[in-house]
Design a binder for this molecule. Sequence first.
Ligand code: ZN
Length: 436
Amino acid sequence: VNQRANLIVGHAHELVTCRGPSTGVRGEFALNQLETIADGAVAVVGHEIVAVGSTDRVLADWHAEEYVDARGRLLSPGFVDPHSHLLFSGARYAEYEARVTERARPGIDSGIRYSVNRTRSASDQELVDQAIADLDRMLAHGTTTLEAKTGYGLDASSELRLLRLTAGLRHAIEIAPTFLALHVPPASLSGGRQRFIDQIIEALPEASRFAEYCDVTADPIGFTPDECLQVGEKARALGMRIRVHADQTGDGDGARVAAQLRASGADHLDFTSDQGFRLMAEAGTVATLLPGVTYHMCEMTSRIREGNLVEAEKPFMPLVAKRAIRAGGIVALSTDYNPGTSPTPSMQAVMQLAARLYRLSYAEIWHMCTLNSAVALDRGHDRGSLEVGKRADLLLWNVATHGMAINRFGYNMVDRVWIAGREACRSGATIGRLVM
Ligand SMILES: [Zn+2]
């Protein structure tokens, strides 16, 4: 029987499936088993993968309307990026130079509040145009599904505005919109902290119309466990699933909060305890690590203060990653794309940083950027790996092996991207915007 497929990509030098349980790949042993197929092929009908295997076997069963020759190249699943702050205005390069040189630059507007002021005063069109340009860059680097959270509004009505704009974006990349209900406390809390929490809770029914997720920040510079639980429980009751910014600047009990809320993911986790990682593993909450932040903020680098060397400000992240894995948790990776602490749109950069900064293996990194990050977005059943029945999100690379994609760094190695069976990007250009 020779059936007709819409698309076959065949004769790939190496096909990496990233196959695993739809609930995620856990444990050191399983994370280090990465399935690869030499001379591999994928057949697609409509938006779905119908065959994966050696090219001989796939071509014995299928013929294609469109055949793409992948000789000499790597074929992989698309990346799922489970943490971004997509909508914002204003660049933060001036404060960044002051940070890396340790030279105070008085008068520079900086921090989240700078981004909040710029974002609030930007027009809807400016925010959307910038987001589309960023989505094009993410796509060119291989991202096919993206979580996008608000967060630069801070007060309830500004956050709802960003959420509506996010939910209204149209792009080849599928976007999971998140209402970042609790990010950092606003500068002026007229009426006090509880009044602020109450206002956020009042906005949740409206937010639940547009958002898949509600996000809360359980961190010493964010909100208390009790405040996060108040908001998170209400959001859950409205049908939203939960994400948590946890333990970034200290142990804010964020991992426990995430587990208690049965969060889909908890992210950062620099200061999470072993007990916290265990609770998350038991709850099925994905632990998402963000090496772009570690790198950009120089968090593992010693500093010079008044002529003296001072220790790095954060724990040694290779050890944190190991503890998360050994607790039995589902570990994922993400860009945390945002203007302040991780201005990279590229999951390739994240892979490359995860090896260099977190000392993870190639196999671990591939699982963490595909299937495990799909689980962080509750999509492990239909994407994140090249398997029959899954969405045909494919990357065709300019390198031959999955190891080369991590060993090399500093340039874009993805050549072609298909999302749900349709070609979305070729040679860095989004299809459909080629002639503009
Ligand atoms: Zn974030």
